[in-house]
Ligand binder design. Structure first.
Ligand code: ZN
Length: 175
């Protein structure tokens, strides 16, 4: 698999919902802003952790079970638009998310990254976000995503319970 194919796996993220919302032209067209306004973490909004400036949400169109998006509450397009406090919390949340996924799934590895801008494959280019997802030796999620078919071994409610529980347990144990 080439690097191009690997990163192409994230291009379809939220694309269906984004295009429908963008077509409507409504003020609340940004799905990440709607999630930011959706209240505390729950299986309904898919948010597994929420801080003062950022949150972590399960990707509604995952490429692996536990595919997390780490998102600032504020609607800004670029990493450079984040305040120092937002940048710091975004990274801490990313680290905590990687730890929670490791506890929840015991994967063989993790992918961590960002698609910045449409040309890089961002589904929601105007609201910056990072991806964290568990990987397993021999998994086929990226390949099937490229082919337009996704293999989802676990439904989102089960993923939410698993990741939310692991995140709560690991933050408790760290004090
Ligand atoms: Zn937004």
């Amino acid at each position: 698999m080439t690097l191009e194919q690997l990163w192409a796996g994230w291009r379809l993220e939220y694309v269906e919902e984004a295009s429908a919302a963008e077509r409507s032209g409504s003020a609340d067209a940004c799905v990440f802003c709607r999630i930011a306004d959706s209240g505390p973490p729950s299986a309904d909004n898919g948010v597994v952790w929420r801080g003062p400036l950022t949150y972590a949400v399960l990707n509604a169109f995952p490429y692996a079970s536990g595919h997390l998006l780490i998102v600032p509450l504020r609607h800004v397009p670029a990493l450079g638009d984040l305040t120092e406090e937002e940048s710091t919390e975004l990274w801490r949340t990313t680290v905590a998310g990687a730890h929670a996924l490791t506890c929840a799934y015991d994967p063989d590895g993790l992918n961590l990254g960002a698609n910045l801008g449409r040309a890089a494959g961002a589904g929601i280019p105007k609201h910056v976000h990072l991806h964290v997802l568990p990987r397993w030796s021999g998994d086929t999620n990226f390949m099937t995503a490229v082919a337009g078919v996704r293999v989802l071994p676990e439904n989102l409610d089960d993923s939410w319970r698993r990741v939310h529980g692991a995140w709560a347990a690991s933050s408790t144990s760290r004090g």
